[in-house]
Design a protein around this ligand. Structure first.
Ligand SMILES: Cc1ncc(COP(=O)(O)O)c(C=O)c1O
Length: 457
């Protein structure tokens, strides 16, 4: 076992291929349905929103997808990212467990999101797209796509959930610095936004609403704008696999192999990114790594949502997919992990969780911030509130190993830094943060709004 703390790959070790779990899924794929006809979507329908290269990746069953050289060149600005052994945290916990984390917060935008923003901007660019639209919750995704669009000289409109827009003005300035236009959603720029503001002028917004606005703008642009989504879709999970591919090589450098791999889940992309390459090893090479997805008790789609067909957005314009859902009209409580407030989850993660290949757990906000502060005080990095959900469970695993006197190797994804999340830390440190559990009655009510799909759910 190595005595090292940082496990660094060189630029020449940057993976040349993404891993597409579509080749190894142990359960059959579920159909993606048109939101009006409820029939399987056609490439023409998806082509209004996405370039053909991304549509082909969405349905691909090829195991390895080559990373274009133009994308690798930009990845080299921050990849390979470090794998770090959290020795000081281990010591503070007095645990025999070894805790490793993959530090995705070193990207220029501050999270894992550029891993897919860069290829999405690239494939749009070569397809002739001049402008993209997107939504953002916490601002991490918007910043990442703003960075990528800037590199490929494309315009970008970002629909930012209103509560985050108000709480995180510096994220907005960051996106504008890269050249994007940012709007507080719901806006008066779309039919859907105007209808919501007419009903409730102080509508705080949600990711589902912001997605609807970004989709509406692209779909009604006569082909001049395309839409880009930062999570949930198969091609996004594939792009994020670079995290786990690097982590596999870095764990080898440490002479250890993880017993458990942990990631927080909003739409599921950073978790899939770190976990799917390890799941491939489980499926193909007989390893037995546990994979744990962590979500907030305030948005418990995997742990409390129903596994059924639902719309991907609030206005019912995005495709219907089979996923764990809290209902597409879900209006999340304004918790601080803005990036985890989506009503659904990536269909591939849902299918794998449903079939028992992935565990899921929900954690409270206060316990999450306890973990974030403990981590910051020992390891130095102030984590994004989203990532702190993974840290909470990594610490719980380490304490459980201690109680049982077991050695355990724990790997988690530090999906981003929290340097723009000081208002969240301020609420926590001043004792204003409270726990919130999404009520079961609300989930039951939302179920009456599900699409009536004739297929077996
Ligand atoms: C730092 C960070 N981690 C995690 C997430 C959750 O997204 P996903 O589940 O797609 O990784 C977000 C979303 O904005 C984020 O900003």
């Amino acid at each position: 076992m190595s005595e090292k703390t940082r496990f660094l790959l060189s630029e020449s070790d940057l993976p040349r291929f993404w891993y597409n779990i579509g080749a190894d899924m142990p359960v059959p794929p579920t159909p993606v349905l048109h939101p009006q006809t409820m029939q399987p979507v056609t490439p023409e329908f998806l082509g209004v929103l996405f370039p053909m290269d991304l549509i082909l990746q969405e349905i691909s069953t090829e195991r390895h997808i080559e990373i274009p050289e133009e994308v690798r060149e930009i990845y080299k600005l921050y990849r390979p990212t470090p794998l770090i052994r959290a020795r000081r945290l281990e010591k503070a916990l007095g645990t025999p467990a070894h805790i490793y984390y993959k530090h995705e917060g070193v990207s220029p935008a501050g999270s894992h999101k550029p891993n897919t923003a860069i290829p999405q901007a690239f494939y749009n660019k070569i397809a002739g797209t001049r402008a993209l639209t997107t939504e953002t919750g916490a601002g991490q995704w918007g910043s990442a796509l703003a960075l990528a669009c800037n590199f490929f000289e494309m315009d970008l409109e970002v629909y930012m959930v209103k509560v985050s827009y108000d709480a995180k003005p510096y994220r907005r300035v960051m996106m504008e610095t890269y050249g994007a236009q940012v709007f507080a959603s719901p806006t008066d720029r779309t039919n859907y936004g105007r209808s919501l503001i007419a009903q409730e002028p102080n509508n705080p917004g949600s990711l589902g609403i912001a997605i609807s606005e970004a989709v509406e703008v692209a779909a009604t642009s006569n082909g001049t704008k395309k839409y880009s989504l930062g999570s949930v879709l198969n091609h996004v999970l594939t792009h994020q696999s670079i995290i786990g591919e690097e982590a596999l090589k870095q764990m080898e450098m440490s002479d250890e192999y993880p017993d458990v791999v942990i990631g927080c889940v909003g739409g599921g992309s950073n978790f899939a990114g770190i976990a799917f390459p390890f799941l491939r090893e489980n499926l193909r090479n007989g390893t037995k790594t546990r994979l744990v997805a962590v979500e907030p008790t305030a948005t418990p789609s995997l742990t409390k949502g129903l596994y059924t067909f639902d719309y991907g957005d609030s206005a019912r314009m995005a495709p219907i997919v089979k996923m764990h859902t809290l209902g597409h009209d879900f209006l999340p409580p304004p918790i601080h992990a803005g990036g985890l407030r989506y009503h659904g989850m990536a269909p591939r993660i849902c299918a794998l969780h449903h079939a028992g290949y992935i565990d899921a757990v929900a954690v409270h906000q206060l316990a999450t911030f306890d973990a974030a502060v403990l981590f910051a005080r020992n390891e130095g990095v102030i984590p994004a509130p989203e990532s702190a959900h993974a840290i909470r469970i990594a610490i719980d695993e380490a304490l459980d190993a201690k109680a049982k006197g077991e050695k355990r190797v724990i790997l988690f994804n530090l999906s981003g830094h929290g340097n723009f999340d000081m208002s969240a830390y301020q609420s926590y440190l001043s004792g204003q943060l409270v726990d919130y559990e999404y009520p079961r009655e609300e989930i039951e009510r939302a179920m009456s709004t599900l699409p009536q799909v004739a297929l077996e759910a």
